[in-house]
Design a binder for this molecule. Structure first.
Ligand code: F6P
Length: 540
């Protein structure tokens, strides 16, 4: 038996699950008229209704006990204190320092990192102001009309998501584009209608060695130099966001135009670092600081609220409950807010690159399933595609619904229609429709099984006042800390990503083989070698 499954709370949960797995949400609600209000928590301006989960008071008590037995409290403190909790890379994981107030002190190796965080923020704000006001011009003196962020993974998904999420607050006089894929189509389509004389590239890469980003950055430099006829133009059209000053200089970007972050910021936890430069250029420094304020509010809630009323802890524990006791393979994230269209994609890296791990911190196999697959689409679109499976499929898919009380674009009764839909979905999933109810509607007997909804399908509903920069910060921090909570239970490291390395190394090996005729003896397995030969034939 592993340390995880030997924990008394785990064993108690396993026994408890056998008792409650058949209990229907209909019965839980019928037995407790106040359940809908009782099983709700509020923190940092976010209201979480978790009453439509397959839990009793005893489940929640045991889950909180599991968090206690897993040392969650001490782990949270270790993160906030800047300890090297990313043990496999020997680093702190201090994204919380990125939103700490100016006067705070958070030490890494004895040095307070908060002043450097604010120094970079101030430099970003000054730069953003120059670009936004038109004081920063291109090489020929024209205003910057387009900003292109080049980056991938955490150096793309955060800024791309936030740009879309905060479009309501953004500068509509400039185009913002995000190029990530090494597929040239991404770069070509993003720049097709842009004028090099008015385009600013932000090369965003923590390492400044990522193959895709460097290929796109080189193509951007060629595109610019070709368009403007001089290498000297690079200085006014390229800035960098990185931890690697030497590589930035080698690429030809003036270190004065580099915005720094640090090895204690993981890529998928970096949208509130200098990686957010594109976001700041789009929405301005004040909105960016409000975004950081929202993150900070959720950080404080996570650090101080009792686990039983702590939103990220509750959401993390519920995710473990379904993944490990009900065998749920995935979680659907369903924002009823068009501006959050890229939020599920952003969460995919945050959740799965963090917790898609097979060994514990000390290298032993994890005794339970780790991260579920996160996926989703904005409502109401998803209702007309995959919700059929959510309602009547054979798999259990816990859902997170996200909604805002106030629309950013009030138009007729659209918002009430939107909210009616999100509420209806949670209700339908939980309570379903029994065969008797279907019959009572006069449905022909042969259709009754088809028209029956078993219900008992769990969901959380997150309700916020309005999608503001601060609200976005709260939401992202909520999921960051939910991921941390899950990792603490599984005793895994959510801050490394060794699983992406093998594919990268093998691609580097294949690149030269595609440049020349492949060597006689197959260098790979017979499938990969045959595919290389076929590609080379077809490429001709
Ligand atoms: O390949 C995964 C990864 O390392 C992510 O963790 C990271 O966000 C992304 O690549 C980009 O890395 P970089 O910012 O160093 O270019």
């Amino acid at each position: 038996m592993s340390a995880l499954t030997a924990r008394p709370a785990w064993q108690a949960l396993a026994a408890h699950h056998r008792q409650v797995r058949g209990v229907h949400l209909r019965d839980l609600f019928a037995a407790d008229p106040g359940r809908g209000e009782r099983l709700a928590a509020e923190g940092a301006g976010v209201y979480l209704d978790y009453s439509k989960n397959r839990v009793t008071d005893e489940t929640l008590r045991l889950l909180v006990r599991l968090a206690d037995e897993s040392g969650l409290r001490a782990r949270i403190e270790a993160m906030f204190r800047g300890e090297r909790i990313n043990a496999t890379e020997g680093r702190a994981a201090l994204h919380v320092a990125l939103r700490a107030p100016a006067g705070a002190a958070i030490l890494v190796d004895g040095a307070n990192v908060v002043p450097q965080v604010h120094a970079v923020l101030d430099r970003m704000a000054a730069f953003a102001e120059r670009v936004r006001s038109g004081a920063w011009t291109g090489h020929g003196g024209k205003r910057i009309a387009a900003v292109v962020n080049i980056g991938i993974g955490g150096s793309d998904l955060g800024p791309a998501m936030a740009y879309r999420a905060l479009a309501h607050y953004s500068d509509r006089t400039r185009a913002f584009r995000f190029v990530s894929n090494v597929d040239a189509t991404d770069f070509v389509e993003a720049t097709r209608d842009l004028d090099p004389a008015q385009t600013l590239f932000i090369v965003s890469s923590k390492t400044f060695t990522t193959q895709e980003t460097m290929a796109n950055a080189r193509s951007a430099r060629e595109w610019l130099v070709r368009g403007l006829g001089t290498q000297a133009a690079v200085a006014k059209h390229f800035v960098a966001v990185s931890t690697n000053a030497a590589e930035v200089a080698r690429f030809g970007i003036d270190p004065a135009n580099m915005f720094e972050f640090w090895d204690w910021v993981g890529g998928r936890y970096s949208m509130d670092s200098a990686i957010g430069l594109a976001t700041m250029l789009a929405v301005g420094a004040d909105h960016f600081r409000a975004l950081l304020g929202g993150f900070r509010e959720m950080d404080e809630h996570f650090r101080s609220a009792p686990f039983a009323r702590n939103l990220p802890v509750l959401m993390g524990l519920l995710a473990v409950w379904y993944a490990d006791f009900f065998g749920a393979q995935s979680v659907a994230v369903l924002p009823y807010e068009q501006y959050l269209a890229r939020f599920p994609a952003y969460l995919q890296q945050l959740t799965m690159e963090s917790n898609g791990k097979h060994v514990t911190l000390d290298g032993a196999p994890v005794a339970a399933d780790t991260s579920p697959v996160y996926w989703g689409e904005p409502g109401t679109n998803g209702q007309h595609s995959f919700y059929q499976l959510l309602h009547q499929g054979t798999r259990l898919v816990p859902c997170d619904f996200i909604a805002f009380a106030q629309p950013l674009n009030p138009l007729g009764d659209h918002h009430d229609l939107l909210i009616a839909n999100v509420l209806a979905q949670g209700e339908a999933l939980a309570f379903g429709r029994t065969a008797d109810e279907v019959r009572a509607e006069g449905v022909a007997e042969r259709l009754v099984p088809h028209r029956t909804f078993e219900g008992n399908r769990p969901s959380n509903t997150l309700l916020l006042e309005r999608l503001t920069p601060a609200a976005l910060g709260r939401l992202v921090a909520l999921y960051e800390h939910s991921v941390f909570t899950q990792a603490a239970i599984w005793d895994i490291n959510p801050f490394d990503q060794w699983g992406v390395e093998l594919g990268k190394a093998l691609a580097q090996r294949i690149v030269p083989e595609l440049a020349a005729a492949p060597p006689g003896a197959p260098a790979h397995d017979s499938s990969t070698s045959a595919l290389i030969r076929r590609y080379l034939q077809l490429r001709r």
